[in-house]
Design a protein around this ligand. Structure first.
Ligand code: SF4
Ligand code: SF4
Length: 377
């Protein structure tokens, strides 16, 4: 069983966490051995980093997102999670953008010794995960841990992870998690889930370790009014989403349209910059390289994020298989929305909308998929 596989729902009544007790939650997590990581405002965006105190959460801040555009604005609201999502999900916490996998050292007798490098971080409590990001985490778990050879770096970080999810109440116009079936309510893969209301949070556990934290906090039971408010809020968050994909499985439609003129049209706008794959919480392409010391005494084997939009990513034995942007964009979309079904049993898109907001020219995956799949070619 993978760590984010659906767990049996625990029979505990939802509690109510008053807003002024958020720091108390962080203190309980820290005392239980976790370093808290959560959303903070940095460089004009909401990003996840070490959260020394609840005062670092983005209170009274919301986001405005559109194709090619992301802005924060002050709202004066007491809420800490009244925004959709920033450029990051959980991906960089588990699949590091750059890391050394092993080192080779030349001994005095000339022979080489190899030593793998597996990180041993302090367990992390990740605060603020959204439903779309938990769906992406389940896919990354499947990719990195599901096969015969689990990735030891990912595994080491993953096993110490505690997830405090927050149901999304403020989707951006770029979000479409309701269309992919992944949100806005978190239904699996968390230890604790919070629904934020003006005066505090409805809190329920999704695992034994989450239940232990909530019990230790001695919360009062959430009232029927709190539960009804939380429910209405989630329903509204689904209802206001305006974007959709033309279907959940687009494999047949995409692969029967490999010569559609839209591929050339989108290639004229696309910069092959790879922003979309960097912010995508499910993309996992990487490259590996040997970095040798000039004196030949040692060498490290480094893995770093790569992208199917990079020219070098399809270079094999003197041949670049995807030499232009048309073939690279087509590879991204047909893999993400098509052949992922064969590999992972579902699409590789969880509807977070990041690739739309963070594309510098505002290319919209829902619009491109719609144009290619919906005209019956
Ligand atoms: S393809 Fe775009 S919308 Fe889908 S999961 Fe990736 S970043 Fe989010
Ligand atoms: S679709 Fe947008 S973000 Fe992705 S490579 Fe092209 S220009 Fe960059």
């Amino acid at each position: 069983m993978l760590p984010s596989d659906p767990q049996p729902v625990l029979e505990s009544k939802p509690g109510f966490l008053p807003r002024e007790r958020i720091q108390d939650l962080l203190d309980h997590l820290e005392r239980s051995g976790y370093s808290c990581v959560g959303p903070t405002v940095r460089d004009g965006a909401i990003v996840y980093q070490r959260l020394p105190s609840a005062a670092d959460l983005p209170v009274g801040v919301s986001d405005e997102q559109a194709p090619g555009s992301y802005r924060l604005r002050a709202t004066g609201s007491p809420r800490h999670f009244a925004w959709a999502n920033g450029p990051q999900a959980l991906k960089p916490m588990l699949f590091a953008p750059r890391e050394t996998l092993w080192r080779a050292t030349r001994r005095e007798d000339g022979r080489l010794t190899f030593a793998s490098e597996v990180p041993a971080p302090r367990p992390i409590a990740f605060i603020g995960s959204r439903a779309c990001d938990l769906a992406a985490l389940a896919l990354q778990d499947q990719h990195f841990l599901g096969g015969a050879y689990p990735d030891s770096c990912y595994e080491s970080r993953r096993k110490g992870l505690m997830i405090i999810a927050v149901h999304c109440s403020h989707p951006a116009p770029t979000c479409f998690c309701a269309s992919t079936g992944d949100g806005p309510r978190a239904t699996f893969g968390f230890d604790i889930a919070l629904a934020e209301l003006d005066e505090g949070f409805v809190a329920h556990s999704g695992s034994e370790k989450g239940q232990i934290i909530l019990q230790a906090m001695g919360l009062s039971e959430a009232s029927p009014q709190h539960l009804a408010q939380a429910q209405t809020q989630t329903e509204r968050a689904a209802a206001v989403q305006v974007r959709t994909l033309p279907g959940r499985n687009l494999r047949a439609a995409l692969f029967s349209n490999l010569e559609h003129p839209r591929w050339q049209e989108v290639a004229q706008r696309c910069l092959s910059c790879a922003n979309c794959t960097s912010v995508c919480p499910t993309c996992f392409c990487h490259s590996e390289a040997e970095l040798a010391q000039l004196n030949g005494a040692s060498s490290e084997h480094v893995r770093e994020w790569d992208s199917c939009f990079a020219r070098g990513h399809s270079y094999i034995h003197g041949l670049t298989i995807r030499p232009d942007t048309r073939t690279r964009y087509r590879q991204w979309l047909t893999h993400k929305l098509g052949s992922w079904h064969e590999q992972y049993g579902r699409s590789g898109c969880v509807g977070c909308g990041r690739c739309i907001s963070w594309c510098p020219v505002g290319i919209d995956i829902t619009e491109e998929a719609g144009a290619i799949c919906s005209d019956g070619r």
